[in-house]
Design a protein. Structure first.
Length: 151
């Protein structure tokens, strides 16, 4: 298994190379940056192995950055951090397994995603590009987080 032996970067390179082979064999040229974005998104989740002193649950899939933030807080308080391993998700699962229910609903299983969001009272923080485009807001990539967005 490339992920466990060679790591995340090797998996990303492998995915890009293999997809490029298929497209190039058909005479189609795709810039690597597009495939790299997809491969990166497929590797953004970690599976919790042990919870340490966090409130995380073993087997839970969470965003890698959220995992790192939670562990940093626990370490700052002198606690034991959680342990986890990176998980390679398929494109569909990676798209549906996002913190943004609006983004997930725009991809597939729209009825299920919207029903679950309504029943659970979920709130979309509108952090990503896709959900902001859907509702017609300026995309967050235009202005630094510290800068006020003009009306």
């Amino acid at each position: 298994d490339i992920l466990h032996i060679l790591g995340k970067e090797a998996v990303q390179r492998y995915l890009v190379d293999e997809v490029q082979k298929v497209y190039r064999s058909q005479g189609v040229n795709i810039n690597n940056k597009h495939l790299e974005t997809i491969a990166h998104q497929m590797l953004t989740k970690v599976c919790i192995d042990s919870s340490g002193d966090t409130e995380l649950v073993p087997g839970e899939l969470i965003d890698r950055f959220r995992y790192e933030d939670i562990n940093a807080k626990v370490l700052a308080e002198g606690g034991e951090p959680a342990t986890a391993h990176i998980v390679l998700l398929g494109i569909t699962r990676a798209s549906l397994n996002t913190d943004s229910w609006l983004s997930a609903a725009s991809f597939q299983e729209t009825t299920r995603v919207l029903t679950e969001a309504a029943v659970c009272g979920k709130i979309d923080r509108l952090i990503g590009l896709k959900e902001n485009v859907i509702i017609g807001k300026l995309i967050p990539a235009r202005y630094p987080a510290s800068q006020e967005v003009p009306e």
